[in-house]
Design a protein around this ligand. Sequence first.
Ligand SMILES: *Cc1c(COP(=O)(O)O)cnc(C)c1O
Length: 401
Amino acid sequence: MSLANGRPYLAIPGPSVMPDAVLNAMHAASPNIYEGALPEMVAGLIPDLRAVARTSGDVAIYIANGHGAWEAALANTVAPGEKVLIPATGRFGFGWGEMAEGLGIEVEMLDFGRQTPIDPDAVAAALRADTGQKIKAVLAVHVDTSSSLRNDIAALRQALDEVGHPALLMADCIASLVCDRFEMDAWGADVTLTGSQKGLMVPPGLGFVFFNARAAAQRAAMPRVSRYWDWAPRADPQAFYQYSCGTAPTHHLLGLRAALDLIHAEGLEAIWTRHATLARAIWAAAEAWGTSGPLRLNVADPAHRSHAVTALRLGAPFGARLRAWTESQAGVTLGIGLGMSEPDDPNGTGFFRFGHMGHVNAHMVLGLLGTVEAGLAAQNIPFGPGALSAAAKVIAEAAPG
Ligand SMILES: *Cc1c(COP(=O)(O)O)cnc(C)c1O
């Protein structure tokens, strides 16, 4: 017997749940790409995108996923043989490093493990050791989706400034943008990247690279930038739409317009607060479950936990069993553990993740938590009492009405 029929909930950290308004906007006949409503709409996307990244800089739009945005950011700023410094707190820091290596860039990794955030002092020390200033960029993942650690981007800016190192500061906000507070200009990121399918609530397929004047100057000094990734034409709405970049991603742009309308109607601060509150409800439940039995939040300190994604450990084989149960019996798909191998669990099947990014509200999170508790019980995995009441209390106190 299964209780899965009904509206499914894909509670993985991207692609995220898509609002009906986004889906409906995309349900349209092919538009004229040369003139009319769609080309005219593109210029208006730019200020709204700038607003979600809190920047007055430029933004280039690519038909690409996050991996494309990774490559685009590097292709514009770091030449083969030059170097990047990557302070990593999970799988995605290493993934970005692999993209850099593919471009012939030398990569220096600083591995902070999977449970503690980037230490800005260690980054400062690595920059100080780079007396020849071969490092052209520091690549920092704001929220590493594998570990659910959130890093302090402003503290990295301070580290660069203290050392007086000219490297660009790049922030991967693919998981965090619109979910966790992020202030590109105030925090001093020179380049920020994101994708369409997480906080922006649009299907995978659009990559965004925001860049400031310092990054544009580094781009201008490059000996060569591959034509497809060149951000200069893509940051110009006219060129992006009609001249230099090929057919525009028509339906993704329609979906993005609808998503940005939703974001601006709710307000970025309100969205950040919603994500923070729902995350606290999840943590409260997880902490109660963990008072007895094997379940643990991956990140111990709430100050370093993302509000968009939560990685949890049950240990093998329980993690995989729980995910199988919630999907087949209750219609909730949980995220797999990513890059979380352990000596006795090479595939990291003991870990799982909740995606709570974008179009997610209180009843979805309470349903998610109730489903997980049912799954733990059904699989005879021990857990502590009071998790659902603890989560409900967080939500009740945050929203007295
Ligand atoms: C999802 C994600 C990526 C990769 O994005 P894709 O669209 O899957 O290529 C990179 N970095 C972070 C932090 C992510 O969450």
